[in-house]
Design a protein around this ligand. Sequence first.
Ligand code: HEC
Ligand code: HEC
Length: 363
Amino acid sequence: MQQRFLGGIPGGLGVVLGAHLVLTQAHAQAPEPFEPLPLWAYAWSTQPQPGDGPVVQPWPSRDLREGDDPEDVATPRTVEGSDAIYTRIDIRDAHDVIDWFPGDHPPMPDIMRRGPESLISVRGWGCASCHLPNGKGRPENAPPAGQPVEYTIRQLQDMATGQRFSADPRKPNSPTMTYLAAAMSEEEMREAAEYFAAMPWTPWIQVIEADLIPEMHLEEGNMYITVGEEPTEPLDGRIVETPVDEFQANYLRNPRSTWIAYVPVGSLARGEELVTTGAGRTIQCAICHGPDLMGLANMPGIAGRSPSYMMRQLYDMKVGTRNGLGVELMDAVLADLTVEDMTNIVAYLAALTPPPPSTGESQ
Ligand code: HEC
Ligand code: HEC
């Protein structure tokens, strides 16, 4: 099963899901770009080449992996403020997702912890393994917390039917997402959407305008990791999103560990103009995304969320790999925007602090 799934994507036409053959993004060659891929948003250092397929993701198993120090991965770990104890093997077991802070979110349904019922026998991925139990996600996946139920269900359907996929054919986790969406029942889609919607969006990204940033190591297809201390690396028009504490965010997958986004100097002001006035090149975002850009009816919230994720969405919609009913409303918004405009827009959006949740809950 594992072989067929992983092997099926790059060259083949589909993925075998139980008894069903599902067409996937295997046909997705790099689209004809209107501008080259903004590499920082997809976490690569080079443009995709014809014939490129997804880099294989590890299956959610408890087996030792290449390069593991068996003693290290079996060492019990704790994080501040939690009574839980997990080893690294527990932490990366995507089929039985760990939960450092059960009090930070509603009780996790099985779909969050273990993944779709139809994949239980092959140990599929629980949604919370990538999107975290608090639904805030990470730069390399998506932040579904606080999004309207109907919006989320529509996205899962668009991914399941192959209408929504990444403009970067190498992106390792997008085919996994598609595979999971296609394996979900309608009931599971609603259950997941209601779980995410029940958690109001709260800020956790610090946005800093900078010309020079600390030296970064790019984990290709994943994210930037800070390795230097002094600002020596030119930002050079990119947005670089990185964990404040790599050990906490990555090794321990502590969902309270926060993020920094370095954005180009001047991008916040330029982004503000585009978002709030349209600047003659686009439509004011608040008309559809709500006065505080936190979503309106079935429209998604776009404020205070990962700028890398937001950039990938704008680019994917613009080049046509993200389709679906709702996307048509974004066509006129995107028609005249350049990659630089989009960079300014997502920098500004990420820096917007969402208003406190109206329910009065604290988090
Ligand atoms: C292997 C990691 C991974 C797992 C596990 C995973 N996702 Fe995702 N998810 C992604 C990626 C990657 C994207 C798309 C990112 C992009 O387009 O750049 C995504 C996007 C989404 C979105 C779209 C969010 C939006 O704002 O439009 C939703 C909703 C979602 N996932 C729900 C789920 C649910 C429900 C599950 C569990 C059945 C799940 N995901 C499991 C990686 C994952
Ligand atoms: C005419 C209505 C409309 C306007 C104006 C609009 N949007 Fe959207 N936008 C939508 C809809 C509808 C979706 C959901 C698409 C779907 O269902 O896949 C969306 C989705 C998005 C997403 C993806 C969200 C996610 O979680 O994946 C981003 C980012 C976005 N819009 C940014 C913007 C920005 C920035 C502006 C202003 C420059 C803007 N939008 C203006 C209707 C609009």
